[in-house]
Ligand binder design. Structure first.
Ligand code: SF4
Length: 385
């Protein structure tokens, strides 16, 4: 892919600076070649940005002064901005992140044993409107740029002040499972995932970078040709009738079409032992009956997969409820008896706004409340005057 074309700041009529944070290795090399510089400058600058967390070209001391000054005038390293951070007593850390134009997204770091999984957003809001999803209720605003996606990894490491430490890996795994449907922002997501796996950036293995999709089949087929990241699919229902209700994109790409695409994705991998993770959010009285577990077991019999059960995390006005522990166990047992590897996602960050989209919802509500408050006090002033 070529570097993002230079845009023009309409107000000032000056070319906008290129944000080097979001350029893949190839794009960075192209950028320096276009400037009449040597390719190896790309490696130097990538290490400064992603290994040491440096955003100031003046501090990149192995680059000559003239080039540093030139970079300052045409480029920048601009991560998005943390507007709120929440720490759970179980070690989960969640951020509300402001992106250009004022939109908000979330990232969450979940440490478990020697792993720390960062859940990353790909869009501001989401257009797919899954019925159980807090993000879906906020509507779609825009795609994140590659810099805003990889910027979430950068910010997570920065927030632990861990760029300085060579041995501490703050982020060992990444899941593209935050706000948005990653396959609807294909190029930027692929570029950001390339950076996650690149040794000049974060060097995370392809097994530890997971893209989770609700089932955009043509884009999934396209992904199989350009990437080898792990795949997770948000299924949530054992039949089309129920999935049409929970995950509306199913009306366009029904379950059989989606599972066929999953099989093609797994068949395209160089390592044939890999499997797709089937995500299944258990909602009380909706999709958690043992008969539905049996139907699911039958449905997945030809798919190389493991199953991750996620007890629903209720949020205001969701209209759904979390299943009982017994219901989760019964569902799990049916699948295990059918021979599947099944995990149950334990609830993390219970004391913070754990469900995807909740923290942003809360920050937005708070902003609206303070705007209403401001409007109310203004009207008081006006009426007093
Ligand atoms: S579950 Fe994912 S795809 Fe569905 S509305 Fe929420 S963010 Fe979008």
């Amino acid at each position: 892919m070529n570097p993002a074309p230079q845009t023009v700041d309409a107000a000032a009529q000056v070319p906008a600076k290129v944000n080097l944070l979001g350029l893949s290795r190839q794009q960075m090399e192209d950028f320096f070649l276009q400037q009449g510089e040597k390719k190896f400058r790309a490696q130097q600058v990538m290490k400064w940005i992603h290994h040491t967390g440096t955003t100031d070209f003046a501090a990149m001391t192995n680059i000559g002064k003239a080039l540093r000054e030139k970079l300052q005038s045409i480029a920048e390293v601009r991560p998005p901005e943390i507007v709120r951070q929440q720490d759970s007593s179980d070690g989960t850390r969640k951020w509300a992140i402001k992106v250009t134009g004022g939109g908000l997204v979330e990232a969450v770091l979940i440490p478990v044993g020697d792993r720390a999984t960062l859940c990353v957003s790909s869009q501001v809001g989401c257009s797919l409107d899954c019925s159980f999803c807090s993000t879906g209720k906020q509507g779609f605003q825009r795609d994140l740029t590659a810099a805003e996606i990889i910027g979430q990894v950068w910010l997570a490491i920065k927030s632990y002040d861990a760029f300085k430490s060579d041995n501490t890996r703050v982020v060992t795994n990444v899941v593209m499972m935050g706000m948005g449907e990653p396959l609807l922002n294909f190029d930027n997501v692929v570029t950001a995932m390339d950076l996650m796996m690149d040794d000049l950036a974060y060097g995370i293995s392809k097994r530890r970078v997971t893209l989770s999709t609700s089932g955009v089949v043509p884009a999934l087929d396209k992904l199989a040709k350009v990437s080898e990241v792990s795949l997770a699919v948000s299924l949530h229902a054992p039949n089309d009738e129920l999935r049409n209700e929970l995950v509306p994109i199913n009306r366009k790409y029904p379950i059989a079409v989606l599972l066929e695409s999953c099989r093609r994705y797994m068949a395209a991998q160089t390592d044939r032992s890999r499997v797709v993770t089937i995500e299944y959010t258990l909602i009380a009285g909706v999709n958690d009956h043992p008969d539905q577990a049996r139907e699911l077991a039958l449905l997945l019999r030809d798919v190389p997969c493991k199953i991750n059960l996620i007890p629903f995390n209720p949020f205001d006005q969701s209209g759904y409820h979390r299943p009982s522990g017994n219901a989760v166990s019964r569902f799990w047992q049916v699948l295990v008896d059918a021979g599947y590897i099944v995990t149950v996602r334990t609830t993390r960050g219970d004391d913070i706004d754990a469900a995807c989209g909740q923290l942003v919802g809360q920050v937005v509500d708070r902003t609206r409340r303070s705007e209403r408050h401001k409007a109310a006090s203004n009207s008081q002033i006006i009426s007093v005057g």
